[in-house]
Ligand binder design. Sequence first.
Ligand SMILES: [Zn+2]
Length: 133
Amino acid sequence: MYCPKCGKQSPDEATVCKECGLKFGPVSAEPVFDPTINAYRQPLYTPATVPGKGVGIASMIIGILSVVAFLTAYIAAAFAVIGLALGIYSKSKSNKLNLPNGTATAGIACSAVCLGIELTILLIAVIAGAFYF
Ligand SMILES: [Zn+2]
């Protein structure tokens, strides 16, 4: 067979190209579509397994999860801002009439605490991000 990398001929039973050292994987039984000849052909080789591929997949999954967690923190912070704004709006309405508005006070307090927590998480994430990248 011919080496797909350097084009030099190697014995059909060879597992490594003697010219460039390319590893020949096990021959696949399935024909593959070759766009250069616009037809299916029996593959001469299958690419060797990429080392560290499993770790790469794990890294990708953790990366996606971190983005999701980050977005969740942003969403939670956005809700806290909305809760805070609505609470202040409600409070200002009732204050004009000197009416007690415990619900609005609770809303402001909850939103403020939530916002504080979320901003702390985001701040840590930003600092960690700046540290790592
Ligand atoms: Zn070669």
